[in-house]
Design a protein around this ligand. Structure first.
Ligand SMILES: Cc1ncc(COP(=O)(O)O)c(C=O)c1O
Ligand SMILES: N[C@@H](CCOP(=O)(O)O)C(=O)O
Length: 461
């Protein structure tokens, strides 16, 4: 299995090479040359298997020779051993034909743990074999950062630098990043928005002298391995509700487009997904793009669901690559236009995207009203991102079971939960002293040269 860049001008890589490389050297994102399709009878055999067995079944065809069979099984077992629910990703019923897929039982209480715990194990195995040391730099709007720190803290062959937008993540999210004491963890509060942090990260990847000097690696969904790990729970959820005999639909609270892109891959592999619904908050660029055919960035407006406060949605490039018939030159042109404020999608490409995705948005008032209503009618306490999903899903309910991804634990956003429902959202006992732990972070301007200088100094490169 080889991986190709969405901009068509970078070397083809193996799974392990693509995982360790992060952003392609032409600025594009790696995708599999071909998606491994599975037959309905193979999918029909999944119910009753453990999460780990299904993970192996989904992931193995994509890794090729990068990990041996037993090695991959051990990696998967270690990745999910620390999750707080035996099912790893349990389904709960919210209403007639509407289900929540709880993705917040991992160590940092957000869906990011599913992928980050797995790639943490994959990186360790690959780096130990190669005898290499790397420098991970990540950009976060709140959840990727803490999940990455949790997966890589204390390792001797990895430094992990996380850029988060100063003042634009919740207090719990910030403390999850700033309270770990390990010397290899570096929390950097950057001026600006998540888009600025992600742009500087991509600038670092595109600055080859720096990239090679520090041995830069990425664990954002830039990294295909992150997306792949997220494909698994689409299979576990759908098959436990009757797939492949009965199709299902998914609604996905969306920002950087990684999670919903994993659903798109699951469908390409053969999972019968009727609707894949993009749910956005007031930063609704993806919803507007599907409606108008123009991807035009606007100012990021802080919301109750801060992890989705994104305008430049990185993985949209991956689906655009398919929408343009895998024409990397056109994708590269459109991405150059994006840097100038936006681009118009061709008629053929937008038709493709509209056939693949539906979309909707939830305002701030609707997010609060959904948290309140769901608490009052079911007793479930939703995080604000999940509430965006539930609100948008409610506009797409039909005879097909709808599964909304519950992407974070409400305890990460206690203020929004309290405001909406009057309820407290306590942290689990293992994190109960989070607000007593000392914080450690460095404030940095939104400036590439300063960021690179700081990272070089800390890693001695
Ligand atoms: C809680 C939560 N929900 C939803 C999202 C959006 O996911 P994605 O960026 O994969 O679209 C994020 C950020 O990734 C998140 O942290
Ligand atoms: N919402 C994310 C943004 C980064 O997304 P990623 O999936 O590309 O890592 C976050 O919480 O940081």
């Amino acid at each position: 299995m080889k991986y190709v860049s969405t901009r068509g001008n970078a070397p083809k890589l193996s799974f392990e090479e693509a995982m360790l490389t992060g952003l392609a050297r032409d600025g594009g994102l790696y995708v599999p040359q071909r998606v491994a399709e599975r037959r309905p009878d193979e999918i029909a055999a999944l119910p009753g298997m453990s999460y780990e067995e299904i993970a192996y079944w989904v992931i193995k065809p994509f890794v090729g020779e990068s990990f041996g069979d037993d090695e991959l099984r051990e990696i998967i077992a270690r990745a999910y051993a620390g999750f707080g629910h035996a099912a790893r990703a349990p389904l709960v019923q919210l209403g007639p034909n509407h289900f929540l897929l709880e993705l917040f039982h991992g160590p940092t209480l957000a869906f990011k743990d599913f992928a980050m715990q797995l790639i943490g194990q994959m990186f360790q195995t690959a780096l130990a074999r190669r005898g290499e040391r790397i420098c991970i730099v990540g950009a976060t709007s709140g959840d990727t950062g803490s999940a990455a720190i949790e997966a890589f803290r204390g390792l001797d062959n990895v430094d992990v630098f996380i850029l988060f937008p100063d003042g634009r993540v919740s207090d719990v999210q910030r403390r999850q990043m700033t309270t770990p004491t390990e010397a290899n963890v570096h929390a950097l509060a950057i001026d600006g928005t998540f888009d600025d942090a992600q742009a500087r990260l991509k600038d670092m990847f595109n600055h080859f002298e720096f990239r090679d000097a520090v041995k830069l690696a990425g664990v954002n969904s830039i990294n295909w391995a992150r997306v792949l790990a997220q494909v698994v729970y689409y299979f576990t959820a759908a098959t436990s509700l009757g797939a492949p005999l009965r199709p299902v639909s998914f609604t996905v609270p969306t920002g950087n487009f990684g999670d919903i892109f994993a659903g798109y891959i699951a469908r390409k592999m053969g999972l019968p997904i009727e609707k894949l619904v993009i749910a956005t908050n007031q930063n609704d660029i993806l919803h507007r793009t599907l409606a108008t055919g123009a991807y035009t960035t606007a100012e990021v407006v802080p919301s109750l669901s801060p992890s989705m406060d994104i305008q430049v949605s990185s993985n949209f490039e991956r689906v655009l690559f398919d929408a343009y018939g895998r024409d990397g030159v056109t994708v590269a042109d459109q991405m150059a236009d994006l840097a100038r404020g936006g681009f118009t999608i061709s008629q053929g490409a937008i038709d493709y995207l509209r056939a693949q995705f539906a979309s909707g948005r939830a305002s701030e008032e609707e997010t609060l009203a959904t948290i309140r209503e769901i608490f009052e009618t079911t007793g479930e306490v939703l995080c604000p991102h999940t509430a965006v999903g539930v609100k948008v899903a409610s506009e797409h309910l039909g005879t097909t079971p709808m599964i909304t991804l519950a992407t974070a634990h409400p305890a990460k956003f206690p203020d929004a939960v309290k405001q909406a429902s009057g309820q407290d959202a306590p942290l689990p006992p293992r994190m109960a002293d989070l607000f007593d732990r000392p914080e450690r972070m460095t404030h940095v301007p939104n400036d590439l040269a300063e960021l690179e200088a700081l990272i070089r100094e800390r890693v001695g490169a």
